[in-house]
Design a protein around this ligand. Structure first.
Ligand SMILES: C[S@@+](CC[C@H](N)C(=O)[O-])C[C@H]1O[C@@H](n2cnc3c(N)ncnc32)[C@H](O)[C@@H]1O
Length: 185
């Protein structure tokens, strides 16, 4: 992530967008159960909202500094694990739901994104939900990712990719700047 992107991810502006627009839309109608896994929490603005919704929250973050600072800030309020969501250190069937928010485009290839989908399927219980949201192509996204990774997920093809990973009942919803996908394991 470049500096502007890093600052944006921890800003009051992003917190307001999450609180007022994005999270109400993404979470609407989604039953997360009791054991939620968040993939890619970054500084944890999404984690702050999710931990109010479920009794047990685990977050897996690949960046060791972000993982350590989030764990310190939450101080036991959620379990934070430093790890790679394309090869997760969790037993099969550990979670009632898995969520990823504005992080899939940071996974550097379609193949690795598909591994992440397969891992989400593996760590979910039967009937558990996978919910993801990510940004769509825009000039702002290109600027924010200058010099960094940006492999945008195509909302037209994400449904088929999730089905190939084993998911069913896939639903995709698009807005101007983002899409949401939900599926059942
Ligand atoms: C743009 S941030 C999103 C943070 C937060 N979800 C939000 O919406 O504010 C994406 C995060 O995903 C993390 N990430 C990227 N690839 C990952 C992987 N393979 N496993 C776990 N986390 C990953 C990055 O380190 C970064 O902190």
């Amino acid at each position: 992530m470049n500096t502007i992107h890093r600052l944006l991810c921890r800003s009051g502006l992003w917190r307001r967008v999450l609180e007022e627009k994005m999270m109400p839309w993404v979470l609407d109608g989604e039953d997360m159960g009791t054991d939620l896994l968040e993939i890619g929490p970054g500084p944890g603005l999404t984690t702050d909202i999710l931990r109010r919704r479920v009794p047990r929250l685990t977050a897996i973050e690949i960046d060791s500094r972000l993982a350590a600072s989030l764990a310190a800030r939450l101080d036991g309020g959620a379990r934070v694990v430093r790890g790679d969501a394309t090869a997760m250190p969790f037993r099969a069937g550990s979670f009632s739901a898995v969520i990823s928010l504005t992080m899939l485009h940071h996974v550097p290839s379609v193949e690795l994104q598909d591994k992440l989908f397969a891992e989400a399927w593996r760590v979910l219980r039967r009937g558990g939900r996978f919910v993801a949201s990510d940004s769509r192509k825009s000039f702002t996204m290109t600027l924010l990712h200058a010099g960094g990774t940006m492999v945008l997920v195509d909302p037209e093809t994400v449904g088929g990719r999730l089905e190939r990973a084993g998911f069913r009942e896939v639903r995709v919803e698009c807005r101007e700047h983002a899409f949401k996908v939900a599926a059942v394991r």
